[in-house]
Design a protein around this ligand. Structure first.
Ligand SMILES: [Zn+2]
Length: 253
């Protein structure tokens, strides 16, 4: 704001997108950040790291993404049924079994977040207990401690994006910052690169907030593993800016 009653207001806005009621007069952001859930998964993690290494942010810097990893996905059928959502069809990651992948992610400069130990669907009556949720958070820390030590910053994304009060309260109790995002739909069965481009473009076109849009991809998505570079390049051609994953630039949630 200029001082002295000159009748002018100076705002840091993107002139293509003048302020709207949804952003309280501030321009909506055209920036996006990349995050990947449900790893580490052998094969997929390496492919994503390779794709990310070929990309640059809109400031010409290497891309830093966020990887929300699973501590030790249940392996037997009945343990999967105990923890997972009834509709679950995808494999989940395992930090304990894949320490080398965790190290690769970290050494590539990406941030690692807590996506629980077992990827529980906390709508099951037997998992709805806050004590179980806290145990999921702490068991994840026990899993990653021998590999990376204490992970910082402390970032959390809930399995199945369920943020009921017990989940959110437990995460804050354990000192985590909750990082939500917009799921890209990359796990829809049979989708290809062209569909994924359009789905993500639609998310960014509808984004109304003044801070960057955090996109959620999944390591078990073939579309993401095969087409990540093409999708990001397409979004950049459409005028959207790829930024470094930086939770400090997002509102507390
Ligand atoms: Zn997940």
């Amino acid at each position: 704001m200029l001082q002295g009653g000159q009748g002018l207001t100076v705002m840091d806005i993107d002139t293509d997108f003048p302020g709207s009621a949804a952003t309280g007069g501030m321009a909506r952001s055209r920036e996006f950040m990349l995050t990947f859930d449900d790893g580490p998964l052998p094969g997929a993690t390496e492919r994503l790291l390779s794709a990310l290494a070929t990309l640059q942010t809109s400031h010409g810097r290497p891309v830093r993404a966020g990887f929300f990893l699973v501590g030790g996905a249940p392996e037997s059928f009945w343990r999967q049924r105990y923890y997972y959502a009834p509709y679950e069809i995808y494999p989940k990651g395992n930090i304990v079994n894949c320490p080398n992948l965790v190290i690769k992610i970290s050494q590539a400069g990406h941030l690692i977040g807590n996506h629980t130990m077992h990827h529980p669907w906390i709508r099951w009556p037997w998992l709805r207990n806050p004590a179980i949720i806290r145990e999921e958070l702490l068991a994840w820390e026990t899993a990653i401690q021998p590999i990376l030590g204490a992970v910082s910053p402390r970032l959390f994304r809930s399995s199945y994006s369920i943020y009921s009060a017990p989940v959110s309260d437990s995460a804050r109790w354990a000192g985590y910052r909750i990082v939500r995002g917009k799921t890209t739909g990359d796990t829809a069965p049979g989708i290809g690169g062209e569909q994924l481009k359009l789905m993500v473009l639609r998310i960014l076109k509808n984004w109304r907030q003044p801070y960057p849009c955090v996109l959620i991809f999944h390591e078990h998505s073939h579309a993401t593993c095969n087409h990540l570079g093409a999708v990001v390049n397409y979004l950049q051609q459409e005028g959207y800016r790829l930024g470094e994953f930086d939770p400090a630039r997002l509102p507390e949630s």
